[in-house]
Write a new protein. Structure first.
Length: 268
């Protein structure tokens, strides 16, 4: 039960940060300034890139080599499977993304549905919260499989902290547009908060599954990395560079990467 409790605590923290971010809707009626929005999106991308490398891919390679295998095989194979998994979700689940040809507008993706725009907006955020929850859960599962190694637990906590930090502006970025779509502040807050509930759900489920398939841990770690990187390249970085002054989004990416790298290296 220990790794499950740790994963529940870690992903519970990331969910709490999404909820706190969503609560901003009670204090502001307008959407976040576009420049600030690009910084937030870039920051989230930087955090996820660094987390994919330091917290997932490198441990996957080290774990495979420690078992006497070739490190890059599960790292590359799991990475590709994670990308394919997100492509399937992105193709099947209805959601909204900004229209690159007309910045400021949104276009529906996935299977055609009669869902409301507010539901589609929430689905877009929910999609990329899934690999975040898996990543945190796997980090704690890896620590448990190494006899509760304090260094690995600390590294997992660093990952949860980094993802939690970027979840705060993410919560605001979903609840404020929902308010603009005509929802009450309370409903916008609830939907913005619930967009992050998949993190503890997938985090705990991943730990429960990992306990029975320990030999596949390198594949699972790199799978989460591939899924996160797909979100970064498909959604976060393009959205961070919409409109003029794209260097603002770029600086956000660099800042997020540096903070997550420092957290992982110093704590892990």
């Amino acid at each position: 039960m220990t790794p499950i409790l740790w994963a529940a605590g870690g992903t519970g923290f990331t969910f709490l940060m999404t909820t706190l971010g969503a609560s901003v809707v009670f204090f502001f009626r307008r959407e976040v300034n576009q420049s600030v929005q690009r910084v937030f999106l870039g920051f989230a991308a930087g955090v996820m890139i660094a987390a994919s490398v330091w917290s997932l891919l490198i441990p996957a390679i080290e774990e495979a080599e420690a078992k006497g295998g070739i490190g890059w095989i599960p790292a590359a194979g799991g990475f590709l499977l994670g990308v394919l998994f997100l492509i399937v979700l992105d193709t099947c689940l209805p959601h909204l993304h900004p229209d690159m040809s007309s910045p400021g507008l949104n276009k529906a993706e996935g299977i055609s549905s009669s869902w409301k725009r507010t539901t589609l907006l929430v689905m877009a955020v929910t999609l990329h919260n899934i690999p975040e929850g898996m990543a945190v859960g796997l980090a704690f599962a890896l620590a448990a499989q190494h006899g509760g190694d304090p260094a690995l637990y600390t590294s997992a906590m660093a990952l949860a902290i980094g993802i939690g930090i970027q979840n705060f502006p993410e919560g605001a970025a979903i609840s404020l547009p929902l308010r603009q779509e005509g929802l009450s502040a309370r409903k916008a807050f609830i939907k913005g908060s619930l967009s992050g509930i998949v993190e503890p759900v997938f985090g705990i489920l991943t730990v429960m599954a990992a306990g029975g398939i320990a030999p596949l841990m390198p594949w699972l770690l790199s799978f989460a990395a591939g899924a996160m990187m797909y979100v970064v390249v498909e959604e976060l970085i393009p959205e961070a560079h919409l409109g003029e002054h794209s260097n603002i989004g770029t600086l956000g990416v660099m800042t997020g990467f540096l903070i997550m790298m420092i957290l992982d290296v110093s704590l892990g």
